[in-house]
Design a protein. Structure first.
Ligand code: ADP
Ligand code: MG
Length: 245
């Protein structure tokens, strides 16, 4: 469980820059698919970075399975529990082959090489990357790159996966594939998914949706209600899906 208590955050403590997060409170139970939707600049990425301890709240508290993100001695353990996937997979892929990419994070964890090889083989099969084992990551399609980035993070067996607009740069097929992969990880592998998006049509598979607006949780709505409610979508500067329009 991740517990967020009255979190405020600003990037520059020194001056009077506005708070990017202004009093966020939220509980994310194990295994939940939580969608966070909001327009550009509403604080979604900042919240995502706070959830895995990349940023510390200026005020308030976040506990990941009881581990306080303010405690620098716990940073490593929190990073292991809370994986992150970003918009641009190119920024996450650092290795020369698919296989080495999958091993990279595990090597950083200091895992014995026999176990690394096991996990890499499992990941190649489970994420249907076996045919690309020796390919260079940058030669894969956008959707395949995102699949590889997800596979590399999931190999480290996180309990939570924060996905920050992971489909924004993908073609329609890549978007569908990525989203269904994440749904599968939640349903069959009990990984909690925190899915950040600007697309209302992507929240339908979520257990729960929160709308962020100007650094606050403006609204919480069931997915079906949200995407068909033009008033709410317009109020928070969200796109109206073509099917609704
Ligand atoms: P979103 O992900 O919803 O687009 P962000 O969390 O990126 O929103 O941004 C929230 C606010 O914080 C915005 O006003 C943005 O300009 C500001 N911000 C984001 N990143 C930084 C940064 N590295 N330094 C200063 N301000 C930032
Ligand atoms: Mg963002």
């Amino acid at each position: 469980m991740i517990v967020v208590e009255d979190v405020h955050f600003r990037y520059d403590e020194a001056d009077d820059t506005p708070f990017a997060l202004q009093g966020i409170s939220l509980t994310i139970p194990d295994g939940q698919f939580l969608a966070i939707i909001g327009p550009n600049g509403s604080g979604k990425s900042t919240l995502g970075h706070c959830l895995n301890g990349l940023l510390q709240p200026s005020d308030g508290r976040i506990a990941v399975d009881g581990l306080d993100t303010h405690d620098s001695e716990l940073t490593w353990e929190i990073h292991q529990r809370v994986g992150m996937i970003f918009q641009n997979p190119d920024n996450q892929l650092v290795s020369t082959t698919v296989e080495r990419e999958l091993a990279f994070g595990l090597e950083n964890l200091g895992m014995p090489s026999v176990e690394i090889q096991d996990r890499v083989d499992q990941a190649l099969e489970r994420f249907q990357l076996g045919d690309y084992r020796t390919h260079a990551p940058h030669r894969l399609s956008g959707g395949q790159k995102q699949r590889l980035a997800i596979a590399a993070v999931v190999s480290m067996q996180p309990r939570y996966l924060i996905c920050d607009e992971p489909t924004a740069l993908l073609d329609p097929q890549g978007r569908t594939d990525t989203l269904s992969l994440l749904v599968e990880l939640q349903r069959n592998h009990s990984i909690a998914i925190i899915y950040i998006t600007q697309f209302p049509e992507e929240v339908l598979d979520a257990d729960r949706v929160i709308i962020m607006h100007r650094g606050k949780i403006a609204e919480e709505a069931p997915p079906e209600a949200l995407i068909s409610d033009i008033d709410i979508l317009q109020k928070y500067d969200l796109d109206i899906p073509p099917t609704v329009r």
